[in-house]
Design a protein around this ligand. Sequence first.
Ligand SMILES: Cc1cc2nc3c(=O)[nH]c(=O)nc-3n(C[C@H](O)[C@H](O)[C@H](O)COP(=O)(O)OP(=O)(O)OC[C@H]3O[C@@H](n4cnc5c(N)ncnc54)[C@H](O)[C@@H]3O)c2cc1C
Length: 335
Amino acid sequence: MAYELLRKGKTIQIFDNNFQGNSSKVAAGIINPVTGRRIVKGWLIDDLIPAARTFYKRIENLLNQKFHHQRNVLRVLFSIKEENLWLEKTGDSLVEKYVIESNDYGLFKNKITEGEALGEVQYSAQIDMPLLLEKSQEFFSNEGMMNVELFDYDQVEIETEKVVYKNIEAEKIIFCEGHQGRKNPWFGDLPFEVAKGEVLFIKIPNADFKKILKHKLFIVPLQNDIYWIGSTYEWDDLDENPTEKEKHSLIKKLDKILTIPYEIVDHKAAIRPSTIDRRPFLGLHPEHNCLGILNGLGTKGASLAPYFVNQFVEFLLEKRPINKEANIDRFKKKD
Ligand SMILES: Cc1cc2nc3c(=O)[nH]c(=O)nc-3n(C[C@H](O)[C@H](O)[C@H](O)COP(=O)(O)OP(=O)(O)OC[C@H]3O[C@@H](n4cnc5c(N)ncnc54)[C@H](O)[C@@H]3O)c2cc1C
């Protein structure tokens, strides 16, 4: 949001207390066009993928840092039924662009337990979100636009045409707070349905996996022989603390996948800012139009953010419409 507003010539200030349990710091950043047992195309994916590519490439050029990695997903199929469905999808005009027939485990060969068959997804990618955040914070700090501190709602003074926060006068405040948005006094009543996730970071020396593996868990290459392993879903125990229980469940599954030694180097948890209808929250407050929200990116922030940031900025600056499914107007009480 900050990058796009800046690109469109706006003056901005960012407030972020660099919360360690933020979802983006734990996410794998996978952009996966087809998902689920039924192998269906993700919502708006034909538009999200090109928007993401353009957006991340632009930031890569600005920061002189690569963090958008084009990576195919190897999907292990566990039954003849799954295999048949995959083959069917390779000829289905809706998804055939993304799914390809494959029986090549490549570098995973002899290092993982094989399934009944294999499929491969193309046009998928992985965004190194922690690196993107770290470099962005550096960039905005150097530009004098970064305030690493907790945002204090009590200091917001709403006026008719503007909003004042501490000594800053602004046209708008846009809240992009992830699951912590549930505590926001103006938007906290929106129907979030957040989900905690736990992940492991492991080291496998010299495996050199380049593709993403979707087995019973995802195995995602990061840098320096480190791989992201995840993840779990939990809807009740909602803090950001990693638990021994989920660690053991991840290890148990991983031991059934990997047939080579590995070392656990980290274990993290975070809360996904999901929503009741699995669609984002975009829009302005119904009474105070100097306050806005961009949230509810759920399990798909890496692909949804670029497209919806563009859309929200065009709405703010050019009064273009917001997708009805994402506009918070959908929760307006009807008289
Ligand atoms: C285990 C796991 C795996 C995931 N894997 C993927 C994946 O592979 N692909 C994908 O696309 N998505 C994935 N996600 C989802 C992804 O993390 C989210 O969609 C996305 O990161 C949400 O970004 P956000 O900026 O809205 O929220 P966050 O990343 O949580 O950021 C919110 C920010 O707001 C700041 N903040 C909040 N309140 C305040 C305040 N009062 N004052 C100051 N600062 C404040 C926080 O410090 C934080 O930096 C995963 C999530 C989890 C937990």
